[in-house]
Design a protein around this ligand. Structure first.
Ligand SMILES: NC(=O)c1ccc[n+]([C@@H]2O[C@H](COP(=O)([O-])OP(=O)(O)OC[C@H]3O[C@@H](n4cnc5c(N)ncnc54)[C@H](OP(=O)(O)O)[C@@H]3O)[C@@H](O)[C@H]2O)c1
Length: 411
């Protein structure tokens, strides 16, 4: 529905960081949008915890913008808006990574648009690229730095040699991390975004709980220091890729060689790399969060919804989800420096069919530190070796391991 008087009426749910920025941005762009679409958009009402009534707002709106976050009441209100035939624009990755299928199905049934560009990578137009520009591409793999908080923390640790705790405190001071950073540092925020990207790129329903996820809480400054010696940089990387006829979706810290397109993405920025035979590789990057930046992506969706038609994505494949994949690893072992220890270490690696690509050994008094990169191996095999290392009497501290992404796209 659109009003006969040339106005396009927007009901705004949430008036926090993004909602307030959207309400401020819209009037400044309304003239230009009217020139493009023939309709002048305006906010007709706002609902927050302390003001507004959802039913009354829905009644007067052509489109609902949901910027509350979380599952309820966002899910109930988005559902009711779609059932009432209203287009919906949301930035809510938690909602879509857990209830996207039911909401997309409902939107298709009702013939309305459910748009969500701002739910992944903020202002970087990755959703549009996957659903429009690359709609017919056979995508092989997506890598993403989709959480600005963790990218800032890891960049800060690499730049200043700060500990994880110091870098987190700095991120909080600068407003890049919440007072409770759990969702970000545990990788769960990135996992929600990767579930959405995987769903779009591989036409397969992916629930947040199916994403294998590891956070950055246990990364130490020495991991970054040794990595530098080996020519590697550390990022929290989300991956969605075809593996053995299935789909693997995962988030974990990973080392990258400096020529990888994501290696240079520093600070609170986001970037996504899409690989397909027909396009080789595309990388998109930009601010992943922030009120005005996210509001700009929301506004882009509002304009798209004002210019029909655009279809909501439908799943055509149901690839099995794969959890055990092949990875190269960085391995950090602190051992007693005595004869025979190195052969014990290589013995464990050999038993599990793991071969070493590069190794750096450092003497530490009576101990020695072995930092190595091993060639790609099935992760379950590598973790079995890791367990065996932990049992060796020569081991001084628990062995540490981080995945290494080897592609660099320079050939
Ligand atoms: N912030 C970013 O940079 C960013 C970036 C990308 C995506 N997003 C997404 O954008 C959405 C909004 O984020 P935000 O940072 O703007 O959140 P926020 O600052 O916490 O604002 C949330 C707003 O929703 C309202 N709200 C919360 N619970 C409600 C309830 N039960 N009933 C009615 N209203 C309720 C709040 O009302 P009160 O004002 O009454 O508390 C507030 O106005 C989230 O889905 C988030 O994931 C945010």
């Amino acid at each position: 529905m659109t009003s006969a008087d040339g106005r396009f009426r927007i009901g705004l749910l949430g008036h926090g960081t993004v909602g307030a920025a959207f309400a401020e941005l819209l009037p400044r762009r309304a003239e230009r949008i009217a020139a493009i679409t023939g309709l002048r958009p305006g906010v007709v009402g706002v609902v927050t915890r302390s003001r507004g009534d959802f039913d009354a707002l829905l009644e007067q709106s052509d489109l609902i913008v949901e910027l509350i976050g979380g599952i309820e009441p966002a899910r109930a209100w988005v559902t009711r808006a779609i059932r009432a035939g209203r287009h919906v624009v949301t930035a809510n990755k938690q909602l879509l990574s857990q209830h996207g299928e039911e909401l997309w199905a409902l939107a298709r049934e009702e013939g309305v648009q459910l748009r969500f560009e701002a739910a992944v990578a903020g202002v970087v137009p990755v959703i549009r690229v996957l659903t429009e520009s690359l709609a017919a591409a056979h995508i092989e793999r997506i890598h993403g730095i989709v959480n600005g908080t963790t990218n800032f923390i890891l960049s800060e640790m690499a730049r200043t040699h700060a500990s994880y705790e110091q870098a987190l405190t700095e991120a909080q001071r600068l407003g890049y991390a919440e007072a409770d950073p759990t969702d970000d540092v545990s990788g769960r925020d990135a996992a929600a975004k990767m579930a959405i990207l995987a769903r779009l790129a591989f036409d397969t329903p992916v629930h947040l709980d199916q994403v294998v996820c590891e956070g950055i809480e246990r990364i130490g400054p020495d991991d970054l220091e040794h990595a530098r010696d080996l020519g590697l940089g550390l990022k929290l990387i989300g991956t969605a890729e075809r593996v053995d006829g299935g789909l693997s979706v995962r988030v974990h810290p990973a080392f990258l060689y400096s020529r990888h397109p994501l290696a240079s993405i520093d600070g609170p920025f986001n970037a996504v790399t899409v690989e397909s035979e027909s396009i080789t590789e595309i990388t998109m990057s930009g601010p992943g969060a922030g009120g005005p930046q996210t509001a700009s992506a929301v506004l882009g969706d509002v304009i798209s919804a004002m210019i029909p038609p655009a279809s909501t994505p439908e799943t055509s494949e149901r690839l099995p989800i794969v959890s055990d994949v092949v990875s190269a690893f960085y391995l950090h072992l602190d051992v007693v420096d005595e004869p025979g220890v190195l052969s014990q270490v290589t013995g464990v690696l050999g038993t599990h069919g793991i071969s070493v690509k590069s190794v750096v050994q450092k003497g530490l008094g009576h101990n020695a530190r072995l930092v190595m990169v091993v060639h790609p191996v099935l992760e379950s095999r590598f973790f079995a070796a890791l367990e065996q290392f932990a049992d060796l009497p020569a081991m001084r501290t628990a062995p540490r391991a981080i995945r290494v992404i080897e592609e660099d796209f320079t050939q």
